[in-house]
Design a protein around this ligand. Structure first.
Ligand SMILES: [Cu+2]
Length: 67
């Protein structure tokens, strides 16, 4: 599982934008957003860099966390 810190994610709209971005890379991905800790967990078979990049392209800088 990929876990990302996304500092600028602050509301449900952000969460929705990020989920949509991830699913544009992998429609079967499972995306779990925790607004309290500004983290996103992604279960995906897709390349991790592709996931980080597409979230960044959607306007959210992010950093991979050790799981
Ligand atoms: Cu927001």
């Amino acid at each position: 599982m990929l876990k990302l810190k996304v500092p600028d994610m602050s509301c449900g709209h952000c969460a929705g934008t990020i989920e949509k971005a991830v699913k544009s890379v992998d429609p079967t991905a499972r995306v779990t957003v925790d607004l309290g800790s500004s983290t996103v967990a992604v279960e995906t078979g897709a390349d991790e860099h592709a996931i980080c990049d597409v979230i960044r392209s959607a306007g959210y800088d992010n950093e991979k966390l050790a799981v």
